[in-house]
Design a protein around this ligand. Sequence first.
Ligand SMILES: *[C@@H]1O[C@H](CO)[C@@H](O)[C@H](O)[C@H]1NC(C)=O
Ligand SMILES: *[C@@H]1O[C@H](CO)[C@@H](O)[C@H](O)[C@H]1NC(C)=O
Ligand SMILES: *[C@@H]1O[C@H](CO)[C@@H](O)[C@H](O)[C@H]1NC(C)=O
Length: 386
Amino acid sequence: MNPKIRTNKFYIVVFLVFVIFLFFIQIRRKPTVEPLILTELKKNVQQCVSRIENMTFLITEDAEITETDKKYSKTVQLHLGGFRDGGLGNKMFELMTLIGIGDTLQRRVLVNATDLNNIRILADEIYPIFPKIIDEFEFKFVPTAAATRQDLSVGKCCTFDDPKQFISRPEKHLIFDGRYFQSFKYFNHIRLKIRDSLKPKIQIFQKAECLLPERHRNDFIICPHIRRGDFQTDDFHQPTDPKFTRAATNFLVDYCRAGYRNRKSHPRVTVAVFGNDVKFVYEVFKDLVDTIELPKKYSVVLTPTLAPEIDLAFTRKYCDVTLITAPSSTFGWWLSYLSKEGSVTYYRNIQETQDKVANEMKEEDFYPPEWIKLRYDNVTGRIDKF
Ligand SMILES: *[C@@H]1O[C@H](CO)[C@@H](O)[C@H](O)[C@H]1NC(C)=O
Ligand SMILES: *[C@@H]1O[C@H](CO)[C@@H](O)[C@H](O)[C@H]1NC(C)=O
Ligand SMILES: *[C@@H]1O[C@H](CO)[C@@H](O)[C@H](O)[C@H]1NC(C)=O
């Protein structure tokens, strides 16, 4: 056979295979449930993040300050129950509460170093995200007999049980038996120190930039946080409600554009949504998803779920307003507590939801007084501030 013909045949076969391949891709694309825009978004952001990871020469971390204050001779520990079964938000509450109680009672804060679970969680989950907080703790072995156990915050997740009542306790080593400690009142008096020890690394801030297209970087940014996933099925927490989320976001956009609290108005408002279910967010804001075409009422930037520290870095760098839509989400709480200096937080009224945490929560212990509660009329769809 003429070799030239064979080559032509070869090309034809390759061409046909290619066409069939394209055909299959077309077919396969239809039944996939994920909209193409989400697939592309995830791919682009992932590429951007991985580029930054590779640019190790860019990393110039803050000079380490490891001078810890060791002037107190007495110590305090917490039981750290959230280290067994809690999410990141719960763990952060226990750790920050421990630091806050140490400050209040003028005791050094210890972590029981013989409990391998404590060490594992701190080393694998906490330290890679918040390298600075390790300096706050001492890892020690205190014999069980040498420590005094005391009840504090037993039973209710989000109610403040004032540790000051134990300020004159003479025992050298105190361990508070209790759980959750989900109240800002344990540590709000050292808020700046808390913010500082929970500051993500510079590289994480660079990754967070991947989430926000350049054209929005100077806008006024409103950041709703949504929580679905486990909250939908645990029959305890109230997951984010789509109607509330859309109504509250519309409300905040109008409110910020018009100017509020005697502040100036913000004509360029952009919404960046965080949480653990980007597909849900897409369904809620489909008509507003950020594209360069078509002027819209406002633009919504979707963020794929990457890593909690990237979300924390984003809110800290960009969010002028945060919105908590799942009222008992502790991670949503932390995103707001650590968001940009001067930012304003709004949250859904837990009493008008089915959230069972409401039974344990003292609202004034859980939500800082400067945060603003939103009321939702589920008949008219109207949002109001309290
Ligand atoms: C980052 O580096 C890894 C291997 O070192 C490489 O596989 C990957 O393609 C790089 N990513 C980018 C976006 O350059
Ligand atoms: C520290 O942890 C170990 C292992 O879990 C435990 O046996 C011990 O009682 C703890 N020490 C104190 C003082 O609680
Ligand atoms: C609407 O809100 C009321 C009062 O908060 C509540 O009792 C009712 O169950 C809600 N209805 C729906 C459909 O969510």
